[in-house]
Design a protein around this ligand. Sequence first.
Ligand code: BGC
Length: 746
Amino acid sequence: MKIKSTFLLALAFSTGVSVFADTPVYLDDSKPIEERIDDAISRMTLKEKIALLHAQSKFSAPGVPSLGIPELWTDDGPMGVRPEVLWDEWDQAGWTNDSCTAFPSLTCLAATWNPEMAKLYGKSIGEEARYRNKSVLLGPGVNIYRTPLCGRNFEYLGEDPYLASVMGADYVRGVQSNGVAVCVKHFALNNNEANRYTTNSIVGDRALYEIYLPAFKAATVDAGAWSLMGGYNLVNGQHATYNQRLVNEILKGEWDWDGVVISDWGAVHDTKQAVEGGLDMEFGTGTDGLTGPGNSYDKYWLANNYYNGVRDGIYSEEQLNDKVRRVLRLTMRTAMNRNRPWGSINSAAHHQACREIGEEGVVLLKNENKTLPIATDKVRKIAVIGENAIKRMTVGGGSSSLKAQYEIHPLEGLQKRFGDDVEIIYERGYVGDTVTHYNNVWTKQDLRDPRTPEQLKADALNAAKDADMVLFFGGLNKMYFQDSEGTDRETLDLPYGQNELISELADVNPNIVVVNISGTGVAMPWLDKVKAVVQGWYLGNETGNTLAGILAGDVNPSGKMPYTYYATLDQCGAHKLGDYPGTPRHDPVEGDIIDMYYNDDIYVGYRFIDKNKLKPTFPFGHGLSYTTFEYGKAAIDKKKGSADDIFTVTIPVTNTGDREGSEIVQLYISDLKSSLPRPVKELKGFSKVRLAPGQTENVTFEIGRDALAFFDDKAHEWVVEPGKFEAIIGASSADIRSKVGFEIEK
Ligand code: BGC
């Protein structure tokens, strides 16, 4: 061996030619990526190029085997890394090393109003994806919460474009710091799950640019997301996944974005439209890739059909190369990035991150007479009632369903936290959903109960009667029609007779606290009868510990609502104006579709509430603490300036209570007079400050052009009109603490 290499080296010196072939440019990561891509493309056959653009299995695409360009592995997202499925099916592959950390739902993340939490979330979940050798994490979801009925609200970041933009962008940065791409979804206007394949979202440009696109722009342009997923729905008559306007004109045109557009799983229906509408990769067409004669992956719309089209000159090679270039870029940024870290999974740090994010996101909605935190010197016996105290929720909900390494349910958390000091009795009160599996992942629970509904209720009332406090854990449960992909809820009301049960429990024991587990708003007709309400989200592995910590007061709640808690559906524009659930129509090209008008326009969430002077159950931005905060008077550094100036607003905030806590201070901007109608006010800044008792901090906001502009749909540009504005500082969108005016001069 030694002789041979010495001989070869001598030969190389004597001829002046290296016997070891030079590293091809495409593999040489000291060279600029675009040069490497040029080189790779020059070596690829047409067949190889086409192969790159569609799936080879449920979640992977093939790469270029002859060139050693690796496969591209994707996986859901967005709240944990989904377990391995069979090559062609949704069912489990049966691995025993693919459990993950289940993080809190994205609505909970939004409720933290803390970009540091978004970064931590992204970094941690990205590490898990990296460890599992995934190059693309299918998330975050940044669709706007337009209706409380949408089955996937729990996967999204709330109703406000500014909040969703800030939080989404930092999630993206966190994930991609691992050399793992995000896939921001579902672009765009995928705001309901009922009829998700056939909904045709009909929206005007103002709502599009002001409400529905900002979070996508923040994720792609500001945070540099490497891939994006098109929605199933149609937008203004054309499928979102290859919508000329959305994808070609806006995303790849106006925003000049260089990433990969991936179809949602099974969202492609036509080769020509997909090729020309800017789609780069097709996934999930058909559910079983190997049934039927031949390999059905070859039958994907971007497979043989596309190959033949390019070969016959119907589609240009240049257009094909642009798609190939994007996919290679994605691969070089991820799977071929030799410098990316190795990742980690189920680490103590990730479990801690799960808990911290949950603790910052839980929202204390109501707390009469300081009922919470639980005073264990007085409360000696707690009756825990409700199915959600024992139901494990990391399983369910659709593609975000997880195989968590462990999950502590609320009752377990309470027993651990209070069990030594306080007597805890449990009664279920009702049987909601006894399903304990999804795609063959099981929670290992048996939720069947032989008792009749009457008996269950009687037992619960009996337990509540002589307890010092009732803790009711109810809400939704990620089963169909209850916060789940593919279905919307059918009503704002809680299911399974919970309204009646809560009310009757309050009758027998008024010292009752409701912990609502859901990722969306529910009606609370019993609100006046209960002492306290906590929005408990879906909190992943650490659910029980997180909630017990909040209820015990080990942690001071500091989350605020990322959406309006409507009292009735009528308070929500999409319902009040009769848009939802849309009108069926037969389209000559697309077949049976459902037209969903967006007549609520830019008036989504609190924008509709403000415009119509409504009183929701809890306003956007609302959340209480175990301490209290006082706001001083807002001051501005100048009263007049140009649209390009930066105005600085400062407001002192003091912790006036007796324990440390964090307050989310919100900045809304109001344009007092404008040529086009504008919302009464819009969120344009927020800051979460942690204060010791008695401590005051001056909270500062910078107001620039972006905070003042509206989208002029006729001129197709963002405009700041001269005139008077107000900077409004609130503890919520309805709890305004100070205002200061300023003027934009001509
Ligand atoms: C969902 C996507 C998901 C994909 C893959 C689709 O049905 O809409 O959000 O990423 O499946 O599981």
